[in-house]
Design a protein around this ligand. Structure first.
Ligand code: ACO
Length: 430
């Protein structure tokens, strides 16, 4: 069988080179351009990586046109409906679903690493009371590297595994403490009798003076949110973790860099923006006006929670969250929540509108997640922190995959458009 190739011809010189086409197990094939510079003495230019695959990966697959998301081959809706977040963590990290014994062992390890060093808690006091919890997350997660000198050899597979377990186990404790600090309440220690997600909610919401009752519906909804955000192949924050890790930096530093990248409203900050937008729209009577604004190229207003760089179909995660929103709002006695009704109406009208249909703009994962998190009692500035808690397993799994393959420092090229070479002019001659 003839090898699949793409033939590139430099019209200036007539030089022709065949570049190999490589097929993955799913999805569109890639053209291997790694020899392009050697062959043609030119770089390729692709700002925003719209056409460029930066690595091989076996972890997560997305098909944006079909609206498919697979973790290690398993469809996201099956995992969200039948699995738990901790089982998904094992699946992502280890590549397969755990046997009952493997799961028990994994759960035991994670449960017994949830506490953080008391000295780490001192870091929080260095932040202003009104600090954004994401600012605290960036700092405190990066600081973890100062506490674990015993396991920082990034070329030692056992050290890598220990660091991954520590990150998955401690990230809810660190996140909950960032919230408690911002509201002036005492930190709550982890409770090993609770499940991963129950423990997280307990650390967020319990206070020493009152017994906390966790609703199973809300625990399940939070667990689903964690599952749905656990990984999403080479998105901006994951690529940041890989890029930082490619210099052989320790995993806590690399994940801290990923948290920074997640913070922006075009990435993890979008669900916060959705709630702001829904409040701005105010009522279903105003939907038409805002839809009109979203379509106006001269108006910067965009329908937040709509559109996605990869999904040109309904985001499979948004479908599950829409169902979950119904269950959560019913559980908290707000089945007729005006903000949710507004979101549903916005989606309905946008889905019938030629502008959104033509551009394939559908609700993304952020459209309903803010409504659910609000109903659970999570304040808006914590939404991105919840995302970071969920994505930590994805980041560390992607980092481990890269380190197992043997990292090669990432060093993108550029098209220089600055001033050509010129000579220095002494100050008194300018
Ligand atoms: N509202 C109105 N119009 C939109 C929207 C939107 N939310 N999103 C895209 N469009 C329009 C663009 O104006 C453009 O129109 P044009 O062809 O007439 O110029 C067209 O659709 C294509 O848009 P692009 O910006 O090229 O799409 P891209 O893939 O680069 O952007 C993005 C994706 C950034 C997510 C964009 O859809 C957006 O800003 N959405 C709102 C923010 C959001 O919800 N972000 C969360 C993403 S999910 C996540 O990160 C977890």
């Amino acid at each position: 069988m003839a090898e699949d190739t793409v033939t590139i011809c430099d019209n200036r010189t007539g030089k022709t080179v065949k570049l190999p086409i490589i097929h993955g197990t799913e999805g569109v094939p890639v053209v291997d351009v790694s020899t392009f510079y050697k062959e043609f003495g030119m770089f390729t230019l692709d700002p925003g990586f719209r056409s460029t695959a930066a690595c091989n990966s076996k972890i997560t697959f997305t098909d944006g046109d079909q609206g498919i998301l697979l973790y290690r081959g398993y469809p996201i809706d099956q995992l969200a409906r039948q699995s738990t977040f901790l089982e998904v963590c094992y699946l992502l990290m280890e590549g397969d679903l755990p046997s009952p014994t493997q799961y028990t062992q994994f759960k035991e390890i994670i449960t017994h690493h949830t506490m953080v060093h008391e000295q780490l808690l001192n870091f929080y006091k260095g932040y202003r009371r009104d600090a954004h919890p994401m600012a605290i997350m960036v700092g405190v997660v990066g600081a973890l590297s100062a506490f674990f000198h015993d396991s920082l050899d990034v070329f030692n597979p056992r050290h890598r595994e220990i660091s991954a377990h520590r990150l998955i186990a401690k990230i809810p404790t660190i996140a909950a403490a960032s919230y408690k600090y911002s509201v002036g309440q005492p930190f709550v220690y982890p409770d090993n009798t609770l499940s991963y997600t129950e423990n997280f909610l307990n650390m967020l919401f319990s206070v020493p003076c009152e017994k906390m009752r966790l609703s199973p519906v809300l625990v399940r909804a939070m667990d689903q949110i964690l599952i749905l955000h656990a990984d999403h192949e080479q998105n901006a924050s994951t690529s940041t973790v890989r890029l930082a890790g490619s210099s052989e930096a320790n995993p806590f530093a690399a994940v801290s860099a990923g948290i920074g990248a997640l913070w922006g409203p075009a990435h993890g900050g979008a669900n916060e923006a959705v709630l702001t937008m829904l409040h701005q729209i105010g009522s279903v009577d105003n939907v038409d006006v805002f839809i009109k604004r979203a379509k106006d190229p001269d108006d910067p207003f965009r329908l937040m929670g709509f559109g996605h760089r990869v999904y040109k179909n309904y985001d499979p995660r948004a479908r599950i969250l829409k169902e979950s929103a119904h269950a959560v709002l019913a559980d908290v006695g707000r089945a007729d929540d005006p903000l949710f009704r507004l979101a549903l109406e916005l989606e309905r009208i946008a889905q019938e509108d030629e502008y959104f249909i033509k551009r394939k703009l559908y609700p993304n994962v952020d459209f309903y997640s803010g409504i659910i998190q609000s109903a659970i009692g999570i304040p808006t500035n914590m939404f991105t922190v919840i995302f970071a808690v969920a994505r930590t397993v994805g980041w560390i799994t992607q980092w481990m995959e890269m380190m197992t393959e043997g990292p090669s420092i990432s060093r993108p090229r550029q098209l220089y458009i600055g001033h050509p070479r010129r000579d220095y002019v002494p100050m008194d001659a300018r």
